[in-house]
Ligand binder design. Sequence first.
Ligand SMILES: Cc1cc2nc3c(=O)[nH]c(=O)nc-3n(C[C@H](O)[C@H](O)[C@H](O)COP(=O)(O)OP(=O)(O)OC[C@H]3O[C@@H](n4cnc5c(N)ncnc54)[C@H](O)[C@@H]3O)c2cc1C
Length: 388
Amino acid sequence: MAAYTGVDFLLIDELLSDEEKLARETVREFVSKEFLPKIQKHVRLDGSFPMEIVGRLGELGMFGANLEGYGCAGMNNVAYGLVMQELERGDSGLRSFASVQGSLVMYPIHRFGSEEQKQRWLPALAAGEAVGCFGLTEPDAGSHVSAMQTKAVRQGDRWILNGTKRWITNGSVADVALIWANTDEGVRGFLVERGRPGFEARDIKGKFSLRASVTSELYLQDVEVAETDRLPGAAGLSGPLNCLNQARYGIAWGAIGAAMACYDEVVQYTRDRTVQGGPLAAKQLTQAKLVDMLTEITKAQFLVLRVAQLKDQGKLHHTMVSMVKRNNVDAALQIARNARDLLGANGIVDDYQSMRHMLNLETVRTYEGTHDIHTLILGEHITGMRAL
Ligand SMILES: Cc1cc2nc3c(=O)[nH]c(=O)nc-3n(C[C@H](O)[C@H](O)[C@H](O)COP(=O)(O)OP(=O)(O)OC[C@H]3O[C@@H](n4cnc5c(N)ncnc54)[C@H](O)[C@@H]3O)c2cc1C
């Protein structure tokens, strides 16, 4: 197979700075040399994440890369997006690990945490010496988190937490869980360390999607934490929703990476595959599919580049993130499905990556606001009316 060089039909590289390109190339090389050789084993055999690379990801500055200080790389949002793109070119599970650690654990501590919490957690999380998870979803509260049942009750300078969180990425491997709970004062976020009495994480098995990622259920039974473990700056649902907005931004970039991997694979494959006495790539129907793939990747690249600029300028609105997450994940999923189709029977075995990306993207379409939820967010934005 030829070395992977990315997809750049409209010379977007000319719009990138040297630092941005360097960030992308660093991750691209890491994914090709250090991650992809491991992926088949983790997906095929036990459905696990290669935990031995966590320190290396930290060394390369991939956790909380767009945050400033506390050992974070302080990249702009274009470079950060390119990092997410390249990680997901490897696997959505790899990008999910970095998204959860950076956008859903480090970002809230950075934005809403006390100085003591920042000093305690951010350098360790940035270096990959500690792992975090984000507990918002519950068995009966997914898209509509206001139905959350987990409760935290204040007792002097302590809080007692009770509830169940489900579908939590990195739940059982996390050193610290950010748990969102209802209190008499509204929704609040609590940093719960691994090993607290009454806290248990059990992995969800049997996943077809995001197999190279740990997904857990968290049980909290009378778990006691200190007032100093509560994020002092987070009040109400805007706390977790702000975090999700950060993660969704990274997902919009990441999905392009998965799409590029499928496109790259299928262009090479159809050139080499002979059907009816000639290359599959020389058939009109094949070319139409490849043209659609390249066009959708290119459109998606421009969407995120503009959104990155707006984010860096402080002009980003959450509905813009909804649009790019919704569009880019949908486009990537369609590309992965078509790539799998063009691979024929070969496309259903894990010697090829398109089906793995396709299955992963089903999760990516569901988490961080489902495709339909982002449709509703944008519909309300356009009309001023909340759809029932
Ligand atoms: C692998 C994986 C990892 C995850 N990691 C995390 C994590 O780390 N932390 C975390 O907190 N959560 C995580 N999640 C949970 C994820 O965010 C939720 O699954 C998601 O929000 C959807 O919730 P749900 O699964 O309960 O689906 P539901 O909310 O039950 O939705 C089911 C369907 O109904 C549709 N729907 C919902 N409401 C409406 C409506 N008003 N009108 C029309 N249609 C509607 C949805 O679009 C969807 O198609 C993860 C999920 C997966 C699969």
